[in-house]
Design a protein around this ligand. Structure first.
Ligand code: MG
Ligand code: MG
Length: 267
């Protein structure tokens, strides 16, 4: 059952999402060769608590960490480690926070120093696919319209669209209805309703769409060992249109990136 939120609840969710947005922005300049994902995790946990929020992942489904850090061929759900990141790596940092009883949950895939041109393009296309998916999140559309839009765009670049993991409704629970696959058929699935709130998160592979889980019971990796990218935003359907609750502005500010990609989705 989809749980629509009131305008007031959406504003509270925006605050929860912004805790995560600020945390990703705080981490952005620290993602460099030599840093470990465990160090990033510990800094993030302290920073979330400083904002009078609670780490959203820690303890949920027995998750042992504040961040999920997925390096190179890891798609999502990588656990922080003491292995230093190295030049040319990419790392998806997925972060959750609870504030006012609501969850924020989003992710950005960072480059560690300079990365291969093919990997950079995978990151650009995956992030763009998130905005393309968001444009399909509007009154009259259905879950399948978003999946179709993301799949069409990413497969058009020859990439693999992960099937086993999907976006989701978001609210007082981390995972609410509906499930939001990054593939699908136009006009199929649950209809979007005013006030619904989503975590949209394309997970896109440079090669095959096939994935497997590591023995740690968490990390999902590509079957062919090629890199995978993951970007996630939190959005609400307001006046029939998609509105961002999260932002990558803090990341861009930290990295000196100029972007207008979020403008059409602002309040
Ligand atoms: Mg997430
Ligand atoms: Mg999510």
């Amino acid at each position: 059952m989809i749980i629509p939120k009131t305008r007031e609840e959406i504003e509270l969710m925006r605050e929860a999402a912004q805790v995560v947005s600020r945390t990703l922005g705080m981490l952005a300049p620290l993602v460099k060769p030599g840093v470990t994902t465990q160090e990033l995790n510990d800094i993030a946990e302290a920073y979330i608590r400083e904002q009078d929020a609670i780490p959203g992942f820690l303890g949920l489904y027995d998750c042992p960490s504040t961040l999920l850090t997925s390096v190179n061929e890891a798609v999502v759900h990588g656990l922080p480690t003491n292995i230093p990141l190295k030049e040319g790596d990419i790392v998806s940092i997925d972060c959750g926070a609870i504030k006012h009883g609501f969850y924020g949950d989003h992710a950005y895939t960072f480059q560690v120093g300079e990365v291969a041109a093919a990997t950079k393009k995978l990151l650009d296309v995956t992030k763009e696919s998130l905005y393309i998916g968001m444009r399909a999140f509007k009154k009259g559309n259905r879950v399948g319209d978003v999946g179709f839009a993301i799949q069409q765009y990413c497969e058009g670049h020859g990439y693999g669209v992960v099937r086993e993991l999907v976006g989701h409704g978001l609210g007082r629970k981390m995972h609410e209805d509906p499930e939001l696959p990054n593939y699908g058929k136009r006009g199929r699935g649950k209809k979007f309703i005013e006030g619904m709130t989503l975590a949209m998160e394309p997970m896109i592979n440079l090669g095959t769409h096939k994935v497997r889980q590591l023995d740690d019971g968490w990390t999902i990796v590509t079957q062919d060992g090629q890199p995978s990218a993951h970007f996630e935003h939190n959005i609400a359907l307001v006046d029939g249109k998609p509105q961002l609750l999260s932002t990558f502005d803090f990341v861009y500010e930290a990295l000196g990136i100029v972007s207008d990609e979020e403008d059409e989705f602002r309040r």
